[in-house]
Each structure stands twice: as C-alpha cells, then as structure tokens.
Ligand binder design. Structure first.
Ligand code: SF4
Ligand code: SF4
Length: 300
C-alpha cells in the first residue's frame, strides 16, 4: 500500500488535490481511500488530507502518520508544531517529501533538519501565472501524480471530474488541467509505487489510529493561544490600504476573520501584519477596491 499525507492551508485546495490524486489512481484500477481532516473553517489554517492506494482492499482507517510520500503545500508548515507528528516518521525515516517552495531541496533539508529524499517546486508561482490565484489543487495533484508515476490521462480526467463536482466552469477546468500538466512535466517521475511495492509490508489488520481532537484545529481554549500564534508567518501576500480612497466604511474590519484589522482614532482601518495571514478577504470585500495585495519578501 502507498500512503500519502498532504499538508497545507485552508484556501490552497488541499482537499481537492487529494480527491484528484485519489480519483486518478482509482481510474488507473487501484483501490483508493482519501479523506481530509481540518478544524473549524479558517482560511489559512492547517489542513491535512490522507490517501491510501493499494492493489488489495484497504482495511485501515483514520489519519496516515507514516506516509510513503509527504506532500507539504506551504513550507512555513515545516516550522509548525503540528509537524512534530511527522518528524519521527516521514521526515526522519526516509519517506519521500515534496515541498511547494521556490527554495532548493538542499536549503529546505538543512534549514529544517530533514533526512528524507526531498523535491521542491514553486507551485504557487505556477498557479498565479496560469490561474491568477493561489489555488494550487491541480498543481499539487500534478506534482504528486508525477511522483507516484501516475498516468497523466487519468490525472486529467480526475481534474475534470473533481472540479466539475464542485461547480467549476469549463474554461477554468481547462486552465487547471494546464496547471496540472505544467507541474507534472516539471518533475521527474520517482515511481514511489514501485519502490513501496517492494519495501513495505501489508499490515494485515485494521489500524485505527487515535488522533486527538485538537489536531489541525486552532486551540481556542488555551489561554493566550491566538496571541502566541503569529499567523502573519503563513502569509505570502499582505494587504496594503490606499487611504486616499478609503471611505472608512469598516467592511474590511468586519470581514477580517483574524481580527487583524482595527479602527484607529481617525476612523481609518489599521492592519496588524503579525496577525494578518494574507487570506485576501479584505481585498475582495473592500467596496471601493483600495486594498491591494503586495508580495511579502522572502516567502515561498
Ligand atoms: S487583514 Fe485582510 S488579508 Fe489579512 S487576515 Fe484580515 S482579511 Fe485576511
Ligand atoms: S473596506 Fe475599503 S473603504 Fe472600507 S474601510 Fe476598509 S479599506 Fe476603507
């Protein structure tokens, strides 16, 4: 059995990426299981998805903690406490690791002390170029599919099926197929499937892993948690307000999900960049479009 963990942030399309990879494997004739795991809806918050692919019926259930392939959609997660779950297994044990980043594999391995074979590719840049957004589900599926040596025809069909299911229009589906293809062709095939067919043994029993309820959720019952967690480190872009056109309507203040916007004495909104995760909501909601998104230095 090949097992995968996809770790990313709410809004990146992690759940859809897992669906696409799973559906492509199913179309290729494998038994497949895929499941997402995330807490209360929170754009930018950690999201996990797990995939099991096997020639035999899959009896295991629950999260995968010891994956054949660990896919990390946002490299800032490597510094997140939740990564401890994978430290002793995937990152030290020699699972294959893919990281969405413009940084080199050597840089990521040495900065985060990773001993596993690791690949990097800047999927966010590709998505911005082809889709004009940071939605990387198709790119992530393309890169993951390549590492599994999947057939691109099955991946293409899976992108179409899964995006149709969530109501994406034909034109955008074609753009996502192009994105998946670009990511797919930018990596060399690794054929983890073949390696793991030889090396891994089937467990032969149902493995119900216990997972604490706080996994992947923000711990709002822990004192001082929201202050301690600088979600600004998640962000690749930051919103910048052009005060000349601001009408002081406060809509950005109301919509910001992380209370990163406060209202100053002069009634203008002020953004706290330590608390701003770059979710894009204030930029989308500002009625007079005076908030622009600017790339933060040194991200991805
Ligand atoms: S300030 Fe804007 S971009 Fe930042 S978290 Fe709030 S809504 Fe999202
Ligand atoms: S939503 Fe736009 S116009 Fe309204 S307060 Fe915020 S920045 Fe100003």
């Amino acid at each position: 059995m090949i097992t995968l963990c996809l770790l990313g942030r709410g809004g990146q399309g992690i759940k859809s990426a897992a669906r696409i990879v799973g559906t492509a494997a199913f179309l290729s004739g494998w038994n497949v299981q895929d499941q997402p795991l995330y807490g209360a809806e929170r754009r930018g918050g950690p999201v996990n998805a797990f995939i099991r692919i096997s020639v035999d019926p899959i009896l295991e259930r629950g999260p995968v903690t010891d994956p054949s392939l660990l896919v990390i959609a946002d490299y800032t997660l490597l510094a997140d406490p939740s990564m401890a779950d994978y430290k002793a297994s995937a990152l030290d044990r020699g699972s294959f690791v893919f990281v969405n980043s413009s940084k080199s594999p050597e840089y990521i391995r040495s900065k985060y002390g990773i001993n596993s074979p690791l690949w990097t590719l800047d999927l966010t840049e590709m998505a911005e170029e082809i889709l004009g957004t940071q939605m990387i589900s198709a790119a992530l599926a393309g890169a993951t599919g390549r590492m599994l040596n999947q057939d691109f025809g099955d991946l293409e069909q899976a992108v179409t099926l899964e995006l149709e299911n969530i109501g994406i229009g034909e034109k955008d589906i074609q753009r996502n197929v192009a994105l998946a293809k670009k990511a797919f062709e930018s990596l060399m095939p690794v054929d983890i499937a073949a390696i793991h067919r030889e090396e891994r043994q089937e467990p032969g029993f149902v493995n119900l892993t216990y997972h604490g309820p706080l996994l992947s959720t923000c711990s709002i019952i822990s004192a001082g948690n929201s202050q301690a967690r600088r979600v600004g480190e998640w962000s690749r872009f930051k919103p910048v307000i052009n005060y000349d056109g601001c009408t002081k309507c406060r809509i950005c203040f109301v919509y910001c999900p992380d209370s990163a916007i406060t209202i100053g004495k002069d009634d203008y909104p002020i953004i706290n960049y330590d608390a701003c995760k770059g979710c894009d909501i204030c930029h989308s909601e500002c009625p007079v479009k005076v908030i622009s998104l600017v790339k933060r230095e040194g991200t991805n």
